[in-house]
Structure formats: C-alpha cells, structure tokens
Design a protein around this ligand. Structure first.
Ligand code: PMV
Length: 277
C-alpha cells in the first residue's frame, strides 16, 4: 500500500511544548510517500536523502514496526532531513498509514516511531503530519485547528542540520535554569494565538520567541544572522523553527520576493513555504 504525509513548520512554542505548554504548527505542502509491499525474508528499504545519523534511527524505527521483516519499503520524500521540517514525523505517519493504521492507532504507532528519532517527542510533528492542517497543540489534549496567518512565510536554510534528540535532551539537562524561559515561551504562544490573523503583532511575537529560544541555547550564530537578514528585508518577524542547532528560520512577510532576493545575494538558500493567499 502507498500512503503519504506532510511536513510541518513550527510557528511558535518548540521546546516549551515538551513541557506541556502549547505550540502552533502549520502544514507544509511537501510530502513523504511510502510504499510497503509484502516481502519474503529480511526487511528491505529503498530510500534517498537520509543522512547516516538519521538512517540508523530510520532502520531502528522500521525494525520496530516490522519486527519479523517480510516487507519491502520504498520511501520518497520532498522534505529535507534534520532541518526542522518534520521529515521523521512525515515518514512515521506515512509508513503507519501504508500498513493500514488510522485514527488513534495511527497516532500512537507513529509517535512510537517518532520517539525513536527524537527521544521523548511531544507529538506535535506527528499531529500536523497526520492532520495536514494548522494546529494548536498541547501534549495529551484534543487537537485544535487554528487559522493560518494571512501573510507569506519564507523559509531560510542555515545549511546545517540540528539533532532534535540531542537538543531536547540538552534543554532537559538544564531544565532548572531554563524553567522561567520555558514559561515565557508558553505565555508568548497564548499571546500569539490571539493575533494569528494580525501579521504585525504576530511577527513581533515570533521575533521575541527567537530571543527566548536563544536563551534556551538552541540557536546558533548562523540562525541569528538569518533572523537579522529577514528583519532587514522587511519581515514582520522571524525566528528559528524546529529544534534549532541548525535547520531553518521562518519569516512572516507581505513581500517574500524582497526576502528571497536578500537571501540570494547573501548566498542563503530560501524558499516560499506559504504564499499567504
Ligand atoms: O522536529 P523538529 O526539529 O522540528 O523539532 C521538534 C520540536 C521540539 O519541540 C524541539 C521537540 C518536540 O518533540 O516537540
């Protein structure tokens, strides 16, 4: 059977969501497609794009799902790996769908797989990959659809990949020192929900969120520079999106071309994630 699932962008709330605060995430129109056929003998996986580190975790996840082997799996993905766009969640949901899981059973099994990639994942990525819509997400609570911001979103790529599992653990290890910052992120996400349809106010909150993620120690000089680049090119706001340590920055704007041109002249890869119309 063949199935697919989408990637995601975290608008705000990453890391704090692990500690039961809310986060808001949006679907991306980029997909991972998985085809599973019954096989005879050991599991075979045909894929591209996975880095050595992710490949080991992918093999572990698929061994978990197919303990007896006997399957031939083909994975094709439009999502880059390890940059905070939800590639492992899209894979986890797509492969569970491809073996016929649905509803709560799909969510539960996909989260088990995602935990192999991410350690103790919040489930946010899985929720968006499975639902394909913008969500207000609190661990263990019913999912709440939210409106998409009525402006464009540009993604700027730092060109390096962070390791979500390592970053989530590094925050956990320093939780006592970081608790106030995590609380501040939670409060900021509540404030963001109230202004989702007002790009100016939302943008300011996103830039503030980046500052708080910096305080958590999950940003990098390259990500900070991309935030500055986007703001310098007129963005309403910009922040790292995902676990950090590399990966991408998102920028809200009504003039995506301006940001894309600035990025191109700085030699930064950037693309329009949502047109906003
Ligand atoms: O998968 P990423 O890199 O987009 O980040 C996941 C977001 C975290 O909040 C850091 C972890 C989680 O499980 O929610």
């Amino acid at each position: 059977m063949r199935a697919r699932a989408c990637g995601k962008l975290i608008l705000c709330g990453e890391h704090a969501v692990v500690y039961n605060h809310p986060a808001i995430a949006l679907p991306l129109e980029l997909y991972t497609t998985v085809e599973v056929e019954e096989g005879f003998g050991p599991l075979t996986v045909d894929h591209e794009l996975w880095s050595p580190r992710h490949e080991i975790r992918m093999e572990e996840a698929l061994d978990h799902l197919f303990p007896k082997g006997n399957a031939e799996i083909q994975i094709r993905s439009e999502l880059p790996v390890g940059v905070g766009l939800g590639s492992s969640a899209a894979l986890s949901v797509a492969v569970c769908r491809a073996i016929g899981l649905e509803g709560d059973a799909l969510m539960e099994k996909a989260l088990e797989l995602e935990n192999i990639f991410h350690g103790d994942a919040s489930g946010l990525d899985i929720a968006v990959a499975a639902r394909g819509e913008a969500l207000w997400y609190v661990k263990g609570k019913p999912l709440q659809p939210v409106p998409l911001p009525p402006c464009a979103i540009v993604v700027l790529d730092s060109g390096t990949a962070g390791d979500t599992k390592v970053l989530v653990q590094s925050v956990a290890d320093r939780y006592d020192q970081l608790e106030d910052t995590i609380e501040d992120i939670g409060a900021l996400v509540h404030a963001a929900r109230a202004v989702l349809e007002d790009p100016t106010s939302l943008g300011e909150l996103l830039t503030e969120n980046h500052g708080l993620l910096k305080q958590l120690g999950v940003s990098t000089p390259a990500l900070d520079q991309l935030v500055d680049l986007a703001l310098g090119a007129g963005a309403y706001g910009a922040k790292l999106s995902g676990a950090g340590g590399g990966g991408v920055v998102i920028a809200l704007t009504d003039d995506p071309d301006h940001i894309l041109k600035s990025a191109a002249s700085a030699g930064v890869e950037a693309w329009l994630a949502r047109s906003g119309s």
